[in-house]
Ligand binder design. Sequence first.
Ligand code: SF4
Length: 276
Amino acid sequence: MTKKKENDYKSRAGDIRERKWTYSAVSAYLRCPKYFELTYIDGVRASLSSDLVEGISHHHALDEDNITKYKKGKPTTAKKHYECFADNFSTEKKNIKVWGDKENTIINRGKLIINSYKVNDISNVVPAKINNKPANEYFFKFPIEVGRETYFIQGFIDLVSLPKKSFNLYDYKVTKAAKSQTFVNGSLQLSIYTIAIMKNTLTKASNVNAGIISMVKNSMIDVKTGHRNMKQLAWSMGVVKEVIKAAEKGIFPMCNPENYLCSDKYCGHWKRCRGK
Ligand code: SF4
């Protein structure tokens, strides 16, 4: 892990104490309140898995590609894109504590995924210019009132484009299977991102199309998007508020042990929690 990422990591627990929440924090609480407590309250770093580093490395290479598209009007070559992915993985692999697939499998799979991505139309999408900045890894922050207190929701959207007069926003997922339309339509993450774009650009919900670009491990690329109505957006803020309230009250139970995520393979806190 680079020094910058190490510092970013250490700042996450502090962010919560400063009332700055991210989708990742909300989702961590929903997944397992104990996991949230260890990560965001105690500031303990979860063990890195090879799955996570594979995903981070793809995100890094995709972001470099998006910057190139914005600056030069055309994407990086498949070779450069792959090299960026492989270099990042190679740098970060020393921090991996939980290996799933072998390194060779991950690197070879990366090449196939990137080759498929490069021949898909989605690879030509160029980041929009929002407030004079390219909208790749687009930072947002907006307030949310919980009781008498003001909190902030913040984060980064992988890619926002403006093909006509409406915004398309995308989240990349490196995954075993393509995300379904039901998953996309009900995504809390995409609802939060939709609200962020509405607030930052003063646009309507009907002008925001939010979706997921699945980089599937069998090298298929799948893109699904959808619009969200005001009811769905209000629901998402309700969920966020309930999580914030519970965390503020110090409610951090362990999740159901039957949950497959509560395992050495999927929980980076396993060895200091249920697995100790
Ligand atoms: S081991 Fe299970 S209960 Fe403990 S933090 Fe991980 S998911 Fe939660």
